[in-house]
Structure formats: C-alpha cells, structure tokens
Design a protein around this ligand. Structure first.
Ligand code: PEP
Ligand code: MG
Length: 572
C-alpha cells in the first residue's frame, strides 16, 4: 500500500482499477517495407484514418446526447485534426520516400508536429498538441497497435500526467470512477470539468505514474486529495464507511434545500452557484442554489476553431435563464487570458499572462467580440433575471467604456427590432487590489460588486494561483486580503449597492461565516458546496458572526485567523 497527497479538486470517494494514459502508450517498431508493398501500406494508413473518423463521429454523437453540444464540439476539432496535412501528407510521404511501415511513419510525423509546437510554445498550441497526441493514439489503435482508452472505461481510475479538457469531457461518471493527474491545480480546466461531471479527482500528485502499474487497485478521496495505491482491506473498509457517511449526509441536503438561508437571528444571505456550462444550472438547482452568481462564459470559446456566434451564445444564456426560472443569473463576460486561452484568438506569448492582456482588457480592444457577447446577453435578458458582470476591472475608465458600449448595443438591438430588458443590472468583479482600493468610486458606476478572491488573493499576496510550489502562500485569510474585502463591502454598502463574493473561499464554511459577519450579501460557489455552507449559516447568529469578524482583525497571520475561526465556529 502506498499513500500519495495531491489537491482534491472534485469531491467524493472512489475505488477502481488503474488505467494509465500515456502520450504514446505502446512501443512502435520501425521496419523497411518492399517497394511493391508501399501502396498497400498507404491504404492501411488511410483505412485507419477513416475508421478513426467514424469512431470520433460516434463519440461526438454520444457526448452530444449526454452532455450537450458544448462538449461534443471538441470532437469536431479532433475530426479536423485528422485532415491536417502536416500529419497525413507527412506520414504518406515518409512511407513512400523512406519505405517504412506506416506506424513508424506516423510516429515520426507526430514528433515533427510536436517539435513545431515546442518551437511555438504558446499555451494554445500546448493544449492543441495534447489533443493531437490523443488523435494519433486513436489512429495507432486502428492500425492494430495498442489499446486506446478514452470514452469506454469501466470502473476505472484514470491516471495521467495531465488530461486535456477534451479527454476529460469524454468521461462519464458511469464509466470513469475518478482520475488522478501529476500536473494541474484546483483552478485548471480539468479540475473545473471534473466538478461539472461530478467525478472524484485529485490533481498535482507528483510521481504517481512511476509508482503504479496497470491493473493496480487505487482509492481516491477527492475531498482530502488523498490517493492510496493497493489499499489494505481495513483501509478499504474505512473509506467505505466514509462514503456511506457522506451519502447519509447528502440525504440531509434535500431537506435543507427547502429551508431558507438565514442565520439563527434571521439575517438572509443569497447562496448562488458558479457554473461553467449551461447544463450545470441543473446541478445548481439540484443542490439548492438560489441563483447563478457566476456563469464563466469563456468555456463557450474554448476547444474550438471558431468564435461562438451571437445566436449560439444567445441560446446558451437563454437556456440558463430558463433552467433557473426567474432566479438571478449573473453572466460574466469573456474572461479570457491568464490561464484560459482560446485557439481562435491570436494570442501573443506573454511573460506574465495573469498581469497581461486578459478579460476586460482584451474585450475593450476586441470590441467586435465583446459587442457580440453583450448583444447575446441582452437578447436573452427577457427570459429571466439576467445580470451582466465584467471581470478584471482595475480602473474606472474600463467601466465607463463598457457602459458606453452597452448603450451602443442597446441602440443596435432597437434598430434590429430585437427585444431586451432595458434596465439590466451591470456589476463588476473586484479581483484586483486597485479595484478594491477605489471601490468607493467604482460603486458609483455599477449596480453590484462580486469579489473574485481567486484572483484578488493572487494579486494581493503576489502569489501565482496555479503554482503548486508556493501554494502555502496562497492564503484566503491573509489579513491584507480580509482588509480589502471589508473595505469593498463597506464602500459598496455606503453607496447602496449589494456586494457578493464568488471565489473558491466562499465554499469553506468557516470562511463563509466570517464573510457573513463582515456583511457580505451574497456568496457564490460550486453547486456541491452549497448545502454544507447553508447548514453552517443556519447554525449561527449574525450577532455572533459580526463579533467574530471584528475580532479577527486583531490577528496578524493567516494561521492564527484560521485557528480562531475553527475554535469558535464548530460546524459539526
Ligand atoms: C475569481 O477570480 O475569484 C473568480 C471567481 O474568477 P475566476 O476563478 O474565473 O478567475
Ligand atoms: Mg478571476
């Protein structure tokens, strides 16, 4: 038995057989072929390409039925890859000119392709190279070498160095019990997908691949970030009990769903959900979300070769509005850049992408893209209670320019005789220290604030949110962060607007309680975290939480604050 520690990014306990996904999962022998066999070898290659295309179309159809068009579009990109000249023509030329078997010609073509990507190391190309390897593995399988593993796992735990979003999208919780990756972080795409699919997952588990072999048994605890290879029967029993405890606990959630989110002395808090895909709104409802506090629309732009049209976006936003049936839905405009890149945009390589051309900075320069999104949101606004939220604001001018553009969009829609809600609320994310420090001025321009602490923490403490090495410095309760949050809440309230928070820290019950004590009006989190936070809120009085929130400013370190919260806010 071996125990590993990583980052638990999608909760739940699962136990299954190890399947390792490697870039090229088998040895490729190279041999010379006779001149008269060349055409036959090329035919064999073309046949494998055709079979792969057929399979991809089937997977696409299945994924579309199960998860919707957004996921299945990834496979259209894969089908396009099959037609890539660099791959197919190169392979055929190598078979012809070098007279080698098609497997090794394909392998050589792949290396050249990867080399090309390495020389152009933008994040987009890195992501695409993973997809490319994926496709080549499928062709290898159809050439009769090795077994390929994507959509049809049974009771398996997938272990990989890293997984592309498209690989993750092909999993379903019926066939994949969980997955473990050596790379990744809580905010990586893979992690976000895992939560959307409700598949337990642990990422950032160093050296796991060299410590397991195919067929080993492995246990995942997605809450604690623990991975146990070949656990003993007593450990298995311990985790079975834990799983049953969680299931029993989950049953209470359905009772909780019907109860109001109020402190013991009656202060109401709005508990909203963060979603990445329209169909996640169904999960949000299931866990009792009173609205959507953050819809990360950039997922509409990722894993594809073109831009989502106004109509496609309109349908997505309308769908969320309709699922939520009149409850608040906050649509965040495109937050591209940082760690999220779309293949369609010609992104320059930046030394500091998190400080670079991202989110509103990108949108105000690519007004064509921004305008299309705003139009789609405005058109969908008549189907529910939609609000617009702008990410990464750092100056007042950005808000003013956005408002001007929104005005222009409204005029255009009027001309086009398309319906929309005139007085749609406009809010901003407070996720830079500059925005927090001028929140009194920003509050005069907008209808609400939502504090994006995932970024606010990284910018305040100067700690990269996806760098495992400095994870100990990523402190949600660092006094500097809490001071900024308090200031934002107070400035918002002084100007009569509501203030929410949608960073991951909202889902930690003790911290959620502290934020309520500080006066936060709304908390938004991944749907699965809602019941636990709601249960905690109902257990304490606002009076007590307010006192606690005043006391914590006497402490000077994150650990002192966390310890104080744990001692004074016993959740169980
Ligand atoms: C945040 O920064 O806190 C946030 C919610 O946005 P994202 O995680 O998408 O950057
Ligand atoms: Mg952010």
């Amino acid at each position: 038995m071996k125990v590993f520690k990583g980052i638990g990014v999608s909760p739940g306990i699962s136990f299954g057989k190890v399947t390792i996904l490697r870039d090229i999962p088998f040895v490729i022998p190279e041999y010379r072929i006779k001149k008269e066999d060349v055409e036959g070898e090329i035919e064999r290659f073309k046949k494998a390409i055709k079979e792969t295309e057929k399979e991809l179309k089937e997977v696409k159809k299945k994924v579309r039925e199960k998860l919707g068009k957004k996921y299945s579009d990834i496979f259209s990109v894969h089908i396009e890859f099959l037609k890539d000249k660099l791959l197919t023509e190169k392979t055929i030329n190598l078979i012809r000119e070098e007279r080698i078997n098609c497997e090794s010609a394909l392998k050589r073509a792949l290396w050249e392709f990867l080399l090309f990507f390495k020389k152009n190391p933008t994040k987009v190309l890195k992501d695409r190279s993973k997809d490319f390897v994926d496709i080549v593995n499928k062709i290898f399988k159809n050439l009769g070498k090795g077994k390929e593993k994507t959509a049809d796992f049974k009771e398996e735990i997938i272990i990989a160095e890293d997984l592309s979003p498209s690989q993750t999208a092909s999993f379903t919780k019926d066939t994949v019990f969980g997955f473990i990756t050596e790379k990744g972080s809580a905010t990586s795409h893979t992690a976000i997908m895992a939560r959307a699919l409700e598949i337990p997952a642990v990422v950032g588990v160093s050296n796991i691949i060299e410590n397991v072999k195919e067929g080993d048994k492995v246990l995942i605890d997605g809450d604690e970030g623990i991975v146990i290879v070949n656990p003993t029967p007593s450990v298995i029993n311990k985790y079975k009990e834990k799983r049953e405890r969680i299931l029993r606990y989950k049953k209470q959630f359905y009772i909780l769903k019907k109860l109001p989110t109020k402190t013991k002395d009656g202060k109401e808090i709005k508990l909203h959900a963060n979603i990445e895909l329209p169909q996640e709104a169904i999960t949000a409802e299931k866990y009792g979300a009173e609205g959507i506090g953050l819809y990360r629309t950039e997922y509409l732009y990722l894993n594809r070769n073109d831009l989502p049209s106004e109509e496609e976006q309109f349908q997505a936003y309308k769908k969320v509005a309709e699922i939520m049936g009149g409850k608040c839905v906050i649509i965040r405009t495109l937050d591209i850049g940082g760690d999220k890149f779309a293949s369609t945009f010609n992104y320059p390589t930046e030394l500091n992408p998190f400080l670079g051309w991202r989110a509103i900075r990108f949108c105000l320069e690519r007004k064509d893209i921004f305008e299309t999104q705003l139009k789609a949101i405005m058109r969908a606004s008549i189907y529910g209670d939609l609000k617009i939220m702008i990410p990464m604001i750092s100056t007042v001018e950005e808000v003013i320019e956005t408002k001007k553009l929104l005005k222009k969009v409204k005029e255009k829609l009027k001309k086009e005789k398309k319906e929309f809600k005139e007085n749609i609320e406009l809010g901003i994310m407070i996720e830079t220290p500059s925005a927090a420090l001028i929140s009194d001025k920003l509050a005069e321009e907008v209808d609400f604030f939502s504090i994006g602490t995932n970024d606010l923490i990284q910018y305040t403490i100067a700690v990269d949110r996806i760098n495992n090495k400095i994870a100990h410095l990523y402190q949600p309760c660092h006094p500097s962060v809490l001071k900024l949050i308090k200031q934002v809440i107070e400035n918002g309230h002084k100007k009569g607007i509501w203030v929410g928070l949608c960073g991951e820290m909202a889902s930690i019950p003790e911290i959620a309680l502290l934020l309520i004590g500080m006066g936060i009006d709304e908390l938004s989190m991944s749907p699965i975290s809602i019941p636990e936070v709601k249960k905690a809120i109902r257990k304490f009085s606002f009076k007590k939480l307010k006192k606690i929130s005043e006391k914590i400013f006497e402490f000077s370190t994150h650990s002192d604050i966390i310890n104080y919260l744990k001692e004074n806010l016993k959740i169980e």
